[in-house]
Design a protein around this ligand. Structure first.
Ligand SMILES: [Fe+2]
Ligand SMILES: [Fe+2]
Length: 236
């Protein structure tokens, strides 16, 4: 059996094409000079996504708490607070874009019924007790979030908003590391590794679709993913 450490490195290397593609897509979106409406839609989705991450991780915290696993309890509690802060920070970005107060409850209701594609839906649909799935989601989705927010900070002309993105990016990197810590604990056999590989493929594909829907189609980004992950990434 491949050692858990080496296996996690493999998963990490396997994420790279998705992460690069996501960076290219988000950069292309911001450089396309989006209208205020398009920006509002984009950040309304991001705002609701942070909210959903907060709620989903809070539910995992409730699952884990009775086991008394104090380390994991603290990590999840920290992530819940971080996601609550991101929810607030993205709401402030929305207010800066529009120049007015926003009705957050209405926004959440609207986004719950549809709105933008959201990575957090992947977590929402997972079995709440499935720790391997939770930590793999953290490792891939939070890792991707880190790269995307960091790229947004680089290309954003508004200094105040860029600082917000950079702060979120730094937190998402920490959440990715929570994923790594969890995977080290929950990948113990070849069967776990096989399952993690299958699940990683699914999570990456779903996140890629989210990125295409929320940003813009970048043929080079798609080509990168086709090369890394195969023809299921071809446009159809
Ligand atoms: Fe977040
Ligand atoms: Fe996060």
């Amino acid at each position: 059996m491949t050692s858990t450490h080496e296996f996690i490195s493999r998963i990490e290397n396997g994420n790279e094409a998705l992460f690069q593609a996501s960076e290219m897509q988000v950069e292309a979106f911001f450089k396309s000079n989006p209208s205020t409406d398009a920006l509002f839609e984009h950040f309304a989705g991001r705002c609701a996504n942070e909210y959903m991450n907060m709620v989903e991780v809070a539910q995992r915290l409730l699952e884990v708490a009775p086991t008394g696993d104090r380390k994991t309890i603290k990590l999840l509690a920290r992530q819940v607070l971080d996601e609550a802060n991101h929810f607030d920070m993205v709401a402030k970005v929305l207010e800066r874009i529009t120049g007015r107060q926003i009705d957050i409850e209405a926004l959440l209701n609207r986004e719950a019924e549809g709105g933008s594609a959201k990575g957090a839906r992947i977590l929402e649909e997972m079995d709440k007790e499935d720790r391997l799935a939770l930590h793999l989601y953290q490792f891939i989705a939070e890792g991707r979030a880190h790269r995307v927010w960091a790229r947004m900070a680089e290309v954003c002309p508004d200094e105040m908003i860029a600082q917000t993105y950079a702060k979120i990016a730094a937190d998402e990197k920490v959440h990715r590391e929570f994923g790594r810590i969890g995977l080290e604990q929950f990948i113990n056999s070849e069967a776990d590794q096989k399952r993690a590989l299958e699940l990683a493929s699914q999570i990456r594909k779903e996140l890629y679709e989210v990125s295409c829907l929320n940003c813009v189609e970048v043929p080079e980004a798609r080509a990168l993913c086709v090369e890394a992950y195969g023809p299921s990434y071809l446009k159809h």
